[in-house]
Design a protein around this ligand. Structure first.
Ligand code: BTX
Length: 323
């Protein structure tokens, strides 16, 4: 009920108690109680006789009902599980998926104490400064295509950020969104599968939002940036999460129904690691050469100076500026 009430409040200026009680099919007293509960959670709501309620400001805390109230989607972000603090949203999402949560269920946290990146690396999170979320997907695609979902997510997150802040996001293959050479967003795609069947995919997304340039942890201060550090704006995190859900859902539907080609074009338009020399550190070794494109499966095509070509499935990419 809270998310429906908030949806009505977000839609316009004043909404009368009568309209709310009719729309939600509850008593005026129940409406008043929910308004009181919202105020206690940090919402500024003006109550005026004969006019009703007017939402003036929403807190930046990431509440489930707030995201659910803002999304314009069929399933993505319609069912949100929000935590104040968890080690990582990834295992919580795996657990929810194993317990049968539907596609589009979103796990979010105000804080992660053990955020994780790829290959066991750490993802550093400052409490209430970042977005930490994991989305459950259940695509009916062959296992080999699952890595493409990272690229779909990257395009969706870039588009969403650009809707709420005056920032241009570039993508470094396969999973980093970069601004001015620093990492703004990390994406971690994990899946549960049998050799011949994909059960579900968890797309974990970390977005640096409010940290000032000097506020990053020592270990990432040279590589990380945030929306605030880039444009001086503290965006509302729930608004951005909802935008990510809006963008991700239609791009994902297009991907599932029509294939990767359209996404690939959108992805390539933002790629900074293509048509130039890169160093790719892969689980199979380090290769340096010319990155000349991605395949229809989303792998990176790299040609070494000796002419040998590699299709790279997973790597850390460094732009090679030495030659
Ligand atoms: P990655 O392995 O590509 O990047 C990890 C590397 O990025 C680290 O080794 C470090 O150099 C750098 N790094 C760590 N923290 C940050 C940061 N906050 N900003 C910029 N650079 C950083 C990237 O993995 C995938 C990250 C996914 C994070 C989401 S958050 C929600 C979900 N839960 C969870 O535990 N992980 C995912």
């Amino acid at each position: 009920m809270k998310s429906l009430l908030l949806r009505l409040l977000l839609a316009g200026d004043y909404v009368s108690g009568e309209v709310i009680s009719e729309q939600l099919n509850v008593s005026r007293t129940a409406v008043w109680k929910q308004i009181k509960a919202l105020k206690e959670q940090g919402y500024t709501i003006q109550s005026t006789t004969n006019k009703g309620y007017n939402l003036l400001q929403a807190p930046d805390t990431v509440y489930a009902h707030d995201i659910e109230a803002r999304v314009q989607t069929k399933t993505f972000g319609r069912d949100v599980i929000a935590y104040d603090s968890v080690p990582s949203t990834q295992p919580m999402a795996h657990q929810a998926a194993t317990n049968g949560s539907q596609e589009g269920t979103l796990i979010v946290a105000n804080e992660q104490t053990e955020g994780r990146g790829r290959l066991g690396r750490e993802w550093v999170v400052e409490k209430e400064q970042t977005i930490s979320m994991s989305l459950i997907l259940r695509p009916t695609i062959p296992l080999t295509r699952a890595p493409q979902l990272t690229l779909v997510a990257a395009v969706a997150v870039a588009r969403a950020i650009e809707k709420v802040a005056p920032i241009d996001c570039e993508i470094k293959w396969p999973n980093d969104l970069m601004v001015n050479g620093k990492k703004l967003v990390g994406i971690l795609t994990e899946m549960a599968a049998d050799p011949d069947q994909l059960h579900y995919v968890i797309v974990g997304i970390g977005i640096n939002c409010h940290q000032g340039k000097m506020e990053f942890h020592n270990q990432v201060k040279d590589v990380a940036t945030s929306i605030y550090a880039e444009c001086g704006q503290k965006i509302n995190r729930s608004t951005l999460i909802a935008e990510v859900m809006n963008e991700f859902e239609w791009l994902y539907q297009s991907y599932v129904n029509d294939g990767f080609q359209a996404i690939k074009t959108l992805w390539e338009a933002r790629a900074i690691s293509l048509q130039q020399r890169v160093i790719a550190r892969t689980p199979k070794g380090t290769f340096s050469g010319f990155a000349y494109g991605i395949t229809d499966e989303g792998q990176l095509r790299l040609r070494e100076d000796n002419g040998q070509e590699h299709l790279i499935y997973s790597a850390d990419i460094e732009l090679d500026t030495t030659s």
